[in-house]
Design a protein around this ligand. Structure first.
Ligand SMILES: [Zn+2]
Length: 218
């Protein structure tokens, strides 16, 4: 499991290494486009575009920065907190962009998209209600399907980490002001799982948004 190229990138580098084919919407690392799109064979060069937006890049940079500061700074607890907040924000941003891309692919009107997103504001609502509405599949089933075909990581661990540890710790701080719930272990895992989270959303995109060719491949 894993990919040496991806594993060796620094976190912000991860945001700029994934390209999306303009023809079939397939997403993969830039070097894989060497001979054209590996999915639909569209010609290389001008055909692919950067998949992740600046907010993803910024959050990965902030995460990397908070990790470094945690190791070197004497304001240690503040950095633990920053790491968890950035990780949770990254999850929300990646899910938001996935859903918008999915609704675009389904040609859902922008005003309807806005309403669907504002009717489902929390991550829980977006994965438990909006995702099944758009895909006819449960979020759990989707994770299972992605995991069954992934050559990279076991993403169930990453999703469980977000649901059971990172989000509750962030919420306890936001709602109860308790920053002491964030352990060294949780912050360390945020750094580990950030990379996997990005790859999970790439695989999710390819499964649910890219053209049929990539679906037949997996
Ligand atoms: Zn393509």
């Amino acid at each position: 499991m894993g990919n040496t190229y991806i594993d060796n990138l620094d976190l912000p580098g991860l945001a700029v290494v994934f390209n999306r084919c303009r023809s079939c919407s397939y997403v993969t690392i830039d070097t894989a486009f060497g001979n054209g799109c590996p999915n639909c064979r569209a010609a290389q060069g001008t055909n692919e575009l950067l998949h992740f937006s600046f907010d993803t890049y910024a959050l990965l940079e902030l995460l990397a920065d908070s990790h470094l500061r945690r190791l070197t700074d004497n304001r240690h607890n503040t950095q633990l907190l920053a790491t968890v907040i950035f990780f949770c924000s990254l999850t929300e941003v990646l899910l938001y962009h996935f859903l918008v891309n999915l609704m675009d692919q389904k040609r859902i009107d922008r005003n309807v998209q806005k309403r669907l997103l504002s009717d489902n504001l929390t991550i829980k609502q977006r994965v438990d209600r909006l995702f099944p509405t758009l895909t006819d599949q449960s979020w759990k089933e989707a994770i299972k399907r992605i995991n069954a075909n992934s050559k990279l990581y076991d993403y169930s661990k990453t999703i469980n980490f977000y649901t059971q540890f990172a989000a509750p710790a962030r919420n306890k701080f936001l709602h109860e002001g308790d920053k002491w719930v964030i352990s060294e272990d949780i912050a360390e895992n945020c750094i580990l799982h950030a990379r996997r989270l990005v790859c999970f959303f790439v695989e999710l995109h390819n499964k649910y948004i890219a053209d049929e060719k990539s679906k037949r491949q997996s």
